[in-house]
Design a protein around this ligand. Structure first.
Ligand SMILES: [Fe+2]
Length: 268
């Protein structure tokens, strides 16, 4: 299965256009939250309407898996905690979203919402407990915030990670967690786009202005992941230990070279 991960597009329509353009090169597209931009001059409801249209365009080409980020909250739950109601409305349209799990081939995917308080946090705990019963082999989570104290949560000055996620990773040891949220992490000293806790691989593409956005292409059969960004291209094998520093990629792996027309952006 070939998978594309992007995150934190923050209402960059050029970046959404790029995802639509390349979507059919992938079996699965994952968008790990912060689809909208709180500081935009375009109001939130209009942004949500536009982005839902983009989701439809991507979904028309391939599987689309999303979760909410902190910029996506548009309403409150009964406890007064922020939630992304506009994403929940996608449930009948074949897009995996907050609170849901789905199996594609032999991989179970679980999309977790951004939690804004103890009630929504407890709901994620219940969601993972329930989904764990359905796990047969590999399990991938889509979860906006990275785990605390990880290089993928490092902003250059402090960690912006999630303690609860660390606890759940320890408990369930999913194979992969796809995150976003900390835009700077891959581009600052002691930060990164990839980490490992126990057997679990963790990814955060990072974010910068401009298109195409930073992205990770993964082949779940080859068990390899390649990170493409304006700051360079790097590669890890999920079959090997993670060692740092991660070298820049010298040549595309065969599975990426030999596939469909490559969605790889120019390097610069
Ligand atoms: Fe973000």
């Amino acid at each position: 299965m070939r998978l594309l991960l992007v995150s934190d597009l923050h209402y960059s329509l050029q970046s959404f256009d790029w995802v639509v353009e390349v979507a059919d090169d992938f079996d699965v597209v994952v968008m790990a939250g912060d689809h909208l931009e709180l500081a935009s001059l375009v109001d939130g409801r209009t942004q949500a309407t536009v982005i839902r249209k983009y989701f439809d365009l991507i979904r028309a080409k391939t599987e689309l898996l999303i979760c909410s980020g902190n910029h996506d909250l548009d309403s409150k739950n009964e406890a007064g905690e922020g939630m992304a109601q506009w994403l929940l409305g996608r449930r009948n349209d074949g897009i995996l979203s907050d609170g849901e799990s789905m199996r594609i081939d032999d991989i179970l995917f679980t999309a977790c919402p951004w939690w804004d308080g103890p009630v929504s946090k407890a709901e994620i705990g219940q969601q993972l407990r329930k989904a764990a019963d359905d796990r047969e082999s590999r399990w991938i989570w889509i979860y906006h915030a990275p785990p605390s104290k990880s290089p993928i949560a490092w902003s250059g000055q402090r960690y912006f990670g999630d303690d609860a996620l660390v606890h759940w990773i320890d408990e369930y040891q999913p194979d992969i967690v796809m995150c976003g949220h900390v835009h700077e992490a891959p581009y600052v000293a002691n930060g990164s786009w990839v980490d490992r806790i126990g057997e679990t691989w963790l990814f955060n593409t990072g974010h910068y202005l401009g298109s195409p956005p930073a992205h990770i292409i993964m082949d779940t059969d080859e068990q390899e992941a390649v990170w493409f960004s304006a700051a360079g291209t790097q590669h890890v094998s999920l079959k090997e230990e993670l060692t740092r520093p991660i070298p820049n990629l010298q040549a595309l792996p065969d599975w990426l070279k030999d596939g469909d027309p490559s969605p790889v952006p120019h390097q610069g």
